[in-house]
Design a binder for this molecule. Sequence first.
Ligand code: ADP
Ligand code: MG
Length: 620
Amino acid sequence: MTILLNNLSKYYADLAVVKDVSLTIEDGEMFVLLGSSGSGKSTVLRMIAGLVQPDNGRIELHGHDVTYFPPQERGVGFVFQNYSVFRHMTVAQNIAFGLRIRGVSAAAQKERTAELLELVELTGLGDRYARQLSGGQQQRVALARALAYEPAVLLLDEPFGALDVKIRTQLRRRLKEIQRKLHVTTIVVTHDQEEAFELADRIGVMERGELMEVGTAQELYYRPHTTFAATFVGGGNVLAGRMESGQIRLGSVTLPLPEDAPPHDDYAPVRILFRPETVKLQSRPFLPEEPIFPLGKGKVVEHAFVGMTQRLKVELDSLHGVRPLQPRLDFGQGTVSIQCTLLAQETTESMVDQAQIWVGLPHFHVLDQAGMRLLLVVADDAKSRETAVVAQQIAVATGGTITLLGIADDKSDPAVLSQFLRTFHAENLSHAPRVEYRVRQGNHIDLVLLEANEGHHEMVIMPLDDSQEHELLWRLLDAVRIPVLVVPQARPQLNKVLICTAVGEPGKGDIRFGGRIARRARAQVTLLHIDTGNRPLIEQQQAHDFMQKGQALLRAVGVATESIIETAVTPQSGIMQELNAGDYDLLVLGAPVLSKLDSSPDATIINQSDRPVLFVPMLD
Ligand code: ADP
Ligand code: MG
């Protein structure tokens, strides 16, 4: 019996507890839903059983749509965490219960009950009262009862959750054997990773109502796609560096992008995973001929003996500027550290005590390219709401995370601001894939600069109204060197992007960054260069070549592109003319163009344009 879930959703009071879950479970498969408490696992299971009505989506059992069938018509056996046996009935009566209410003959009931008692290894205990049994035995009765009517699908919700570790392990093995023998399609819900790994053919990891990733235990452990799976399953080191010229830049370390790694845009963050037990430590540098990627020289800052293994934490100066997703930086910790696990006998005293230890990786795994990280600076005004519209368009297009930054002055109450951000999120960003909040108190400009500098965002999105915001824009571009998007007025869509570029090598950052957004948004790009006239022929030729190369760069990553060279008295006037003529949704300006805007972004374009403008500082 196959189980198909299609865009299954469930809301309680407007809150999605299950969000668009789609999944196919094969005939005879043992599938485990793994997730922390409250992630929506039980709700999914209950919807399959027919105990909870979905608000959206479809459930098919073996090709039949059963979404609106009552539970008893689905052929589903269910085992709950809390012993759901009838305590006042005998074991045999419990097991036969489902058969009796379905009018199966007494003789057949008896025969089937005996079979099931044997299956769950309770032969001889049929006449006991359920309340006389241990917890583990009661759960076996519950399992036998669920199997009595030969369900096509078996659903177990934390079936061993209330039992102690030893019994849990035994029952797990027994369940697996029974499931194999009966070949019944089974879903087990658990929050216990070990249980999931031991039982499952495949595991689905859930978080906040979403099915984050599906795979075998090995896939989730060694080759996950998402940061969530990488950090939820097992201990791991997940570090975010950046793509630069086809290689991974991690602080002062450069690693090749493995051939089987998922594609990454240039300058995009790259997240690598390596498990603690794969890290290689030694007291001398690695030789070039050793098949190891060196991470540099470190210092053991923590070590713990945990029986068979030793756990070490090693700080590495070479990883300066790298964003550690796991292990996270402790408060006040300035140097990135990694977790290593060694077999106890491999760990020598000197290793632990040594001031220096060389750290290398035999291999590492690259996670899928993450969505763009956007820092959205908002206040309680109409401009902020316009800004949010465009931020949401980009977040949706790039699968990105929006960090909502609210800054309270010294007199206001941060709790009020915090509440405002939540309301702002609900009212303006309800479609954004992921929204986080950041509340700060103090000087507006200083705090935005600080957050932009340290928060590992890829773009700042902000209103541009008063002189303070103009100063902020300038300093973000000049000092932090982060792209900034300002939004005078939102556009209903993001289909046409105008990238204005000076010609020459440093100008490539704007094309790359604008192209990255366009690619994800499936928008069309027009490359524009303004020729202010009186140029020698050779420069005209160079401009032409540059535009051709820019186009090739964009086409190579799948962006539909055209390029125009226009003649105008000033870049500003030429840009304005094209902007109005072409009905663009987003204008991208690179730093070289910027510097010609009277050395200040407070210039004609910003004042005259009602379009969102993205300023890209020199990234090269
Ligand atoms: P899990 O099994 O992963 O712990 P559940 O599916 O039981 O998660 O619950 C997911 C979320 O839905 C929880 O935050 C819970 O509070 C909420 N929830 C579940 N059932 C109800 C209900 N009947 N009414 C309101 N909220 C519910
Ligand atoms: Mg549950």
